[in-house]
Design a protein around this ligand. Structure first.
Ligand code: HEM
Ligand code: FES
Length: 769
């Protein structure tokens, strides 16, 4: 029983009686069906994301969660946050509508998306087969044919409504094909499916409720009839036919109630989501001509462009959970029974996780971390089918109609709490310029990766080396610019890019002027004992060369707030630290910066630091007898310490901050030796407890690689044990931790590990995946 049930959620929410009137007003006005949220939900959430990460909306009756980490935590913990309310009606039915639904014996019940554990995982496992990559691949030729056939119908016309003539039809046909449902009733199904969406996630007026209830009732009856017909001969390839066969083996897991509910919910899950997501993606790309032109020129960019569009403008913008026990989210007490709306589109625009969060960057290398498919045990089962469809649709359109543009139009969106996509998407083009009129080969699809994570090689952003200057005997400063003189994406203090040069990939912090969009500046220290990347850069890289970069990305952010900050740099660790000092100075915040090195001659940027940061700068040169006393610096103070330097410096700071580990934020500049040596590694088994899979990790593969090959999405960034993005939960087994992320205490707890580098010590490990 809840310990905090005495007060209503409104009364418990500190922002209900908030002292900040702007927030109090925004909370009171917050409405998902009207006003700013319906125009641009991510922008409407910005104020909350920045200043009130969770609040109770009195109009909606839900706690609203807006930040990336909090949304992900809610998704991750299904034991605390149940999905049981995922298909609940947001707007209760009127008496008349309820009577109509009852006359159809409407009984939408648990499917997968709203089922609790352990029933959910048992069912998900039982029905997983149809979603395995090899099975999905079989649908690709059908999707290709279908898309080409629909585009043929309008390619010579010069204008089209892509929603009506392509984006609705293709995903609906694919959904029916995937489920094994006959395609005869397409038009009526489209109507039913919209009605189901409005009925569940919308706010129909009393008049609309009656019409909607009628359509939903018919949809329910129709779904039952299709199922009955299927039962007579469930030998086909469809997912529902497969489920009927599984029911014979597992009647308690694949129940009748499940099958009827899933038949109806499945059509919507597989169809509207993908139609809306593709319409959103095309709108975004056609509004950013440079991005669209790049996709037209290079199909290898399509998989990542799809993910970036899903991040910026996904088709499911928010999802629901209900608390099973008293708990806290972002410090706010939540009582058992409270309802929660996690706003994925807000999380996807969270600058704490995504650099330049509001910008479309089709080369963004962490865009697949988006939460548009949910996360954890319930993460969308159909995501790879949706991705395949979206990739094929974009490929076909960008090849055959590269010159199309958006027609003048107003975009309308059906107001719902979850689903979002424009009702129409009108485009125009000059058919005389269709590439296939000049060359028949334009009708042939370009090679395209249909399944799996976007290849990292496709994310490289070409840049020209504008200048290379020696800063010390061992450090060169490299300035990089866009080869065509375009602006480079903005970056924030602490951000890095990966240089891809001579077969090496190495991370370097950005340390130039963030206001200068025309150039990035990094500093590279020659590391004779390293793995060759820096030696290659020093020996081979020349001004005028074109190389690739990944990023910018920021895994090392300045703490928010207004307290004083102590910055500490050791050696080449100065690069992110000087960018942070510049930032703090420009914000007028209080800070001091300490820079340690052995000899002044070897310390890049020492003069600039002293010049630009005057009294705040403290340069500690060992040979001048001015060593930094870390113990005295840390002292008993409370201010945040942000440090970058060699391992021994970071280790010392960690030891000094052991009682208040949250004070310290750090980045190592040297990677751990995470390269696998198959001669000394041992293979091990990874048991995925949530999915029921056991995978073997051979001596020459990482756990991350093996998980990805099994179709399990896992974010990653550095793949060297430095960033923490590939963390997985450990249930049992002993871990050989090889990362630089976890503290000694966290390692001892044995609850998590980094999949990119850490392994099992005793041949077997249980994971919560
Ligand atoms: C679940 C989004 C396409 C089948 C979900 C969830 C979301 C989602 C947000 C809930 C996740 C959670 O609770 O953590 C999307 C989007 C799509 C899409 C944005 C298109 C771009 C599809 C397709 C299919 C599908 C094409 C089927 C072929 C499912 C199923 C679940 C689900 C079966 C329930 C999984 C479970 O609870 O175990 N989807 N979806 N989805 N989706 Fe999708
Ligand atoms: Fe960075 Fe594994 S991907 S720690």
């Amino acid at each position: 029983m809840s310990q905090i049930e005495s007060a209503s959620p409104s009364a418990r929410c500190p922002f209900h009686a908030a002292t900040d009137p702007e927030i109090a007003r925004a909370v009171a006005d917050f409405d998902v069906f009207e006003g700013p949220f319906t125009v641009d939900p991510a922008a409407a959430m910005r104020l909350f994301r920045e200043r009130r990460p969770i609040f109770f909306s009195p109009k909606l009756g839900y706690w609203v969660v807006s930040r990336y980490e909090d949304v992900k935590d809610v998704f991750r913990d299904t034991g605390t946050f149940s999905p049981a309310n995922a298909l609940e009606k947001v707007t209760p039915s009127s008496a008349e509508a309820s009577a109509i639904l009852a006359s159809h014996d409407y009984a939408m019940n648990r499917t997968l998306v709203n089922e609790d554990e352990p029933a959910h995982m048992e069912r998900r496992r039982a029905l997983l087969h149809s979603f395995l990559p090899a099975e999905l691949e079989k649908h690709a030729p059908m999707v290709r044919r279908l898309v080409a056939r629909f585009v043929d119908r309008f390619v010579d016309r010069g204008e089209a409504d892509l929603v009506d003539e392509l984006l609705w039809e293709v995903p609906l046909t694919v959904a029916l094909h995937f489920l094994g449902v006959p395609e005869d009733d397409m038009d009526v199904l489209r109507r039913y499916s919209i009605a189901h969406t409005v009925n569940t996630w919308g706010r129909p007026s009393p008049d609309q409720q009656v019409a909607v209830a009628e359509a939903v009732g018919n949809f329910w009856t129709y779904s039952g009839q299709v199922l009955d017909r299927m039962r007579l001969d469930p030998s086909g390839d469809g997912w529902m036919e497969y489920a009927l066969r599984r029911q014979r083996e597992l009647p308690d897991v694949v129940t009748d109630s499940y099958l009827h509910s899933m038949m109806m919910a499945g059509i919507v899950a597989a169809h509207e989501t993908t139609a809306h997501a593709t319409a959103n993606a095309l709108r975004l790309l056609l509004e950013d001509r440079k991005a669209w032109d790049e996709v037209c020129r290079d199909a290898a960019l399509i998989p990542n462009a799809v993910e970036e569009c899903l991040r910026l403008s996904g088709s499911i913008i928010a999802w629901r959970r209900v608390a099973l026990k008293d708990v806290e989210i972002a410090g706010q007490p939540i009582a058992a029974g409270d309802r929660i709306l996690v706003v994925m589109t807000s999380a996807n625009h969270d600058g704490r996780h995504f650099e330049n969060p509001d910008m479309l960057d089709i080369r963004r290398d962490n865009t697949t971390d988006h939460l548009s498919f949910g996360y954890g045990a319930h993460q969308c089962l159909g995501k790879n089918l949706a991705r395949m469809e979206m990739r094929i649709l974009l490929e076909e359109l960008s090849r055959r109609l590269p010159h199309m543009r958006l027609a003048e139009q107003r975009f309308d969106y059906l107001p719902t709490i979850s689903f979002r996509g424009p009702d129409h998407l009108r485009v125009v083009w000059d058919p005389a310029r269709n590439p296939e009129r000049a060359d028949d080969r334009a009708k042939t699809p370009r090679p395209l990766q249909l399944l799996g994570s976007p290849p990292r090689s496709s994310l490289a952003r070409p840049v020209r080396v504008a200048a290379i200057d020696a800063l010390t005997d061992d450090v060169v400063q490299i300035a990089l610019a866009d080869p065509e003189g375009h602006d480079l994406p903005p970056w924030s203090a602490g951000a890095h890019v990966d240089l891809l040069v001579g077969g090496f990939q190495r991370k370097y912090s950005l340390c130039g002027d963030p206001g200068d969009r025309k150039r990035y500046v990094v500093a590279v220290k020659r590391d004779a004992a390293g793995r060759g990347g820096s030696l290659h850069i020093h020996a081979e890289l020349r001004a005028g060369d074109t190389i690739g970069i990944l990023g910018p990305k920021n895994l090392f952010r300045l703490p928010d707030g207004s307290e004083r900050i102590i910055l500490v740099a050791g050696g080449i660790g100065i690069t992110p630290i000087i960018a942070m000092a510049d930032r703090l100075k420009s914000q007028g915040r209080r800070y001091e910066v300490h820079y340690c090195g052995r000899t002044r001659a070897a310390m890049a940027y020492a003069d600039r630091l002293e010049r630009d940061h005057a009294a705040a700068a403290h340069v500690h040169v060992g040979e001048e007898g001015r060593r930094l006393d870390l113990a005295a610096l840390v002292g008993a103070g409370r201010e945040a310490i942000v440090a970058c330097g060699p391992d021994r410096m970071i280790d010392a700071l960690q030891a000094l901050c052991a009682d208040a580990p949250d004070r310290l934020r750090f980045e190592h500049f040297a990677a751990v030796e995470t390269l696998l040596d198959p001669a000394v590694e041992a293979p091990f088994e990874a048991e995925l407890r949530d999915s029921g899979l056991t995978l073997t990790v051979p001596a020459d593969r990482t756990l991350l690689q093996v998980l990805r090959e099994a179709g399990i999405d896992l974010p990653s960034d550095c793949e060297e044990g430095l960033c923490g993005s590939c963390e997985v939960g450990v249930v049992d087994g002993e871990v050989d931790h090889r990362d630089m992320v976890l503290t000694a205490k966290e390692r001892a707890e044995n609850k998590r590990m980094m999949a990119c580098c850490s392994r099992s010590r005793n041949g077997r490990i249980g994971l919560s995946l």
